[in-house]
Design a protein around this ligand. Sequence first.
Ligand code: TRP
Ligand code: ZN
Length: 472
Amino acid sequence: MEHRTLARLAAPALALLIALTAGCTGATVQGRPGASGVRDPYFPRAGNGGYEVEHYALDLAYDPADGELHGTAVITARAGQGLSSFNLDFSGLKVEGVEVQGVGARFNRTGNELTVRPAGDLRKGEVFRTRVDYSGRPKAVVDPDGSKEGWITAEGGDYAVGVGEPVGSMGWFPGNHHPGDKATYDITVTVPRGYEAVSNGELRSRRDVGEGRTEFAWRSVEPMASYLATVAVGKFKVTTGKTSSGVSVYQAVAPGEEEASRGVLARVPEMVEWGSATFGPYPFGTVGSIVLPPRSLGYALETQTKPVYPGAPDEDLVLHELAHQWFGDSVSPKTWKDMWLNEGFATYAEWLWAESHGGVSAQRRFEAFLAGDTSVDGHADADWAAFPPASPPDAAHISDDPVYYRGAMVLHRIRQEVGDAKFFDLLRGWAADHRYGNASTADFTAYAERRTGVGLKKVWDVWLYGEGRPKA
Ligand code: TRP
Ligand code: ZN
């Protein structure tokens, strides 16, 4: 009989009742838990639902002598739903306390999920601050493909670097660790005197804070995916400058690598200017490099504004990581399935750089890959046909050869179909229209056809999604 009673309530009274329970009063229960992942096809637990981060303020103190990291993360986020609890991704390290809006919050941890239960529910649309205090000896995170990220130390602790691709950032700060949620950052690092601490963006201050310690305050004003955040601590030699269009340059080099790095790092400004002419304006206010001791890391990474290199890089590698600043960093993948939008583009950028600097043409290189001719390109015998670049078989293969080389070949096939004028207009349009955002493979294929006015279904079917080894 209850439904009848309800039905007799006048509509205005019912509306008032809804309004009251929906949050005009403080203590009502309206939130539900945010999701523990964003269902990425390859890393389903990465990221979290129910909120989006606007800003991370990370305050880190690192001591190379004992490898201890002390951190405070203040995360400003906006609730996308009423929240009774929400998750952060965080791995290892001890959580000493969590506050939401300045009030102690309960928390618990399972696996890499830190669940935070604020004292009161958060309203949909509310901007709220979460503070997490943590400490410990951070460890490397091992990827499905066996590579390591997270917090990596080298040279007996004299060097440490935080790197994130794809899910390593949870090893050194709590956050919403999926590329779909980009945010601005303030990263402040305190280290013993004699060490440098280098991070993304602009160095706002470097000061002596007593007790033999130096504090470095870095700021990223452009949005950044968390896998592109970095902190490098070490005895770097630092040089600074400006590109001809006014981008500030900051290069940090481990002393043993100085000589071997000097020539190639001197070309960073020129590469940024070339990139701006080819892909459209460089998306960030700063640029640079972090050259670690060799073997400290198993790979280079396009950490935003300052790629990291394990030892002195060569010209192609620097060009590759700088090209990622447009493709990967400014335009970031929607999911980890869209990796070829990063790696195919950065690889093709190397081909374009070569052809415009007296090297072989992209067409010749494309043919060399088709023929497996390593006399033209040392990588031409790569197994680029193992799988279609837009669908790696699983998480362990998201950075395999097809993602890089066949990804580049996809771009070259588009160029063949549409001609140079439309092709370069497409690259610039793509970078401009998705600047600071995220994009998927489907976004790209639709955009490419719209922008060029050319139907490219065959290229997608054969090169992007097709199994087997295309002949042309
Ligand atoms: N993005 C790096 C590059 O090409 C390579 C890389 C390092 C990577 N770690 C990764 C790719 C993890 C995918 C996943 O410069
Ligand atoms: Zn790359």
